[in-house]
Design a protein around this ligand. Sequence first.
Ligand SMILES: Nc1ncnc2c1ncn2[C@@H]1O[C@H](COP(=O)(O)OP(=O)(O)O)[C@@H](O)[C@H]1O
Ligand SMILES: [Mg+2]
Length: 86
Amino acid sequence: MRVLLCSGKGGVGKTTIAAATAVRLAELGYRTIVLSTDAAHSLADSFDISLTGHRQPTAPNLWAQETDISKTIETYWGIFRTGWQR
Ligand SMILES: Nc1ncnc2c1ncn2[C@@H]1O[C@H](COP(=O)(O)OP(=O)(O)O)[C@@H](O)[C@H]1O
Ligand SMILES: [Mg+2]
C-alpha cells in the first residue's frame, strides 16, 4: 500500500491534485481511495457527486470519501491514547 499526502495552505490546489492523481492511478489499474480530511470538504465538488464519511465507489478502481474528522477522533481517540490492543 502507498499513501500520497497532498498538503499546503488553503487554495493551493491540494484537492484538485489529489482528485486528478486518484483518477489517473485508478485508470492505470491501481485500487485507489481518495479521501479528504479537510473540515471544509470540496472533494465531492471535484467529482460533481455527493460523498460521505464512508468510502464510496466512484469509478472503476476508485473510491472516494470525505472523512468526518470530529467523529473519527471521537471514535478512535481512546485507542490512540491507550495504545493498540491486539
Ligand atoms: N493548477 C491550477 N490552475 C488554476 N486553478 C486551479 C489549479 N488547481 C486548482 N485550481 C483552482 O483553485 C481553487 C482551489 O483549489 P483546491 O484544489 O480546492 O485547493 P485546496 O484543496 O488546496 O484548498 C479551485 O477553484 C480550483 O479549481
Ligand atoms: Mg481542499
